[in-house]
Ligand binder design. Sequence first.
Ligand code: S3P
Length: 416
Amino acid sequence: MGLNGLIRVPSDKSITHRAILFGAIASGETVVMNPLLGADCRSTIDAVRSLGASVEELDERLRIEGVASVVPATLDCGNSGTTMRLLSGLVSGYSGEFTLVGDDSLSKRPMRRITEPLRQMGADIDGEFAPVRIKGRRLSGIDYTLPVASAQVKSAVLLAGLRADGTTIVREPMLSRDHTERMLPLFGGRVEITNEDGVRTIRLSPSHLDGATVDVPADPSSAAFFWAGAAIVPNSRVTTTDVCLNETRIGFLRTLERMGANVEITRLRPLGEETVGDVTVTTSELRGVTLEGEAIPRQIDELPLFALVASQASSPSVVKDAGELRVKETDRIKTVASELAALGVDIRETEDGFSVFPSRLQAGHVSSHSDHRLSMMLQVAALLIDEPVVIDGIEASEISYPHFRDDLQRLGREIE
Ligand code: S3P
């Protein structure tokens, strides 16, 4: 039996984080409609409460009262890299001492990528790995070219720039997700985006934020599990509704189309600063593809899932230029290769990616390594296998997708 039905997956993680963070330092009230309340976004909510903002959880919305000046605090960012990196930029220009801590995985993730530009802005910041210690200070705008395609780094610099003297300029040779610069003007942030010699350039003038209403669309990175499942599990047809179709986020959907998947996009419409639509995927024959260069940041979080989908194609696939995978919640090149190999996939690890060959999956005992995207990818993989698959640490999916297992079951297949 395939996966069949209609589903509105939980709301977007990146957009929810940003709406909470901006609301926390905005004057007056911010309303976040349909927020994601997974563990990562809860880390952001708890952190802004520690900074003095008030966050009220109402039915399907958050009401946030921002603070004029955040108060010194220790901020537990849990498993969330977005929380730690964006908050570091946000608090650097306020006075007081801030300590940002995280769980074991987050404490191994590189922070130099944000401490370096923030120091150039004048920040007193210490810790190339968590805990990150910040003594708030007056900052100055810088002209910064991103050395890695990272929305977290871009956003940390822009958030620091809100309170800096002078203009902050961020240049991105390779486009990363653009929710920060889309959403800031809604809160009164003064942002100008130009293209200079083929390089996207963001100029932010110091800005005071005012509360706003943000309606959060469904998360394409969560919908991706159902798109993948529908594409590779025989006799499937799944529609995911109200999905954020921002092009910086749907590289994986474009990849499925390139592989020959049957993808239909309907009800395309604006929702606030974003575009949303319904996406229907039907089972189809797939061919292998190579993913590299600018395609990588647009589907960085979906590459573990791509490895699974590629194993069901009729020809080999290659992922290159994806060294960033090594510094995600786990080293996702290593963990994806080891866990999919345990299920019979012919996958070969390279320094900055992997090659996947057409494979027949078999039962096995695997682990999520406490990585939410691994847990969900392995649950989709199990749909292709008749005998039981044991997944240790399956609960990691709660980080970005509360009740993933229930939703997967509802659309068709039993998971014990
Ligand atoms: C995110 C940016 C990406 C992504 C992460 C969320 C964000 O990380 O992998 O899941 O919300 O800004 P990088 O900025 O490190 O690429």
